[in-house]
Design a protein around this ligand. Sequence first.
Ligand SMILES: C[S@@+](CC[C@H](N)C(=O)[O-])C[C@H]1O[C@@H](n2cnc3c(N)ncnc32)[C@H](O)[C@@H]1O
Length: 186
Amino acid sequence: MISKLLKSHLRAIPNKMSWWLWVLLVPVALFGLVVLRGAPYVPTKRRLLDKAFTDLYQLNDKDTLVDIGSGDGVVLRAAARRGAKAVGYEINPILVLISRLSSRSSLISVRLMDFWYAELPLETTIIYTFGEARDIKRMYEKAELTAIAHNKVIYFMSFGFNVPGKKPFKYDGSFYLYKVKPLQRG
Ligand SMILES: C[S@@+](CC[C@H](N)C(=O)[O-])C[C@H]1O[C@@H](n2cnc3c(N)ncnc32)[C@H](O)[C@@H]1O
């Protein structure tokens, strides 16, 4: 009898372990595999954002900021505090959930999707990114295509990475701000 009980317990251990393994593996995969599509999750410091949205680009209630890869939503909340509409695209469902729970303002919306496939809202005035060197040129091209499609100037703000071959409109030591005109690309 005792040995039967012991055997059934021992048989159950691998099942329990695999359950816990999944709980660990799914977030690791979600946070890790993102590098195939863009930068991994590292939030921009709130202090730096507050300074940039005051000194570099005076974000206000006429703006719609789009964060391509919005992480936990820290940029969206900084934008909403200034009265701007803020739209985030985020590929990691855990971060989408966190940002939705922590960003209760009606000015903020977060979309679970790969931003490379997103058509940005017509109201977009500024695109924000904390990307990485590998992607920054392609991200800027997305801003150019958006400016052409919307037929208006769009600002492109990049934290930490400059766009090779493009002169920033402003730079404050952390953020590069570009003014993207709706010019047809050659
Ligand atoms: C460096 S973090 C920046 C987060 C946020 N923008 C900030 O500044 O605090 C980059 C974010 O982009 C997300 N990401 C990377 N590639 C993406 C893609 N193709 N589509 C949507 N989100 C993506 C990552 O999951 C991560 O949360």
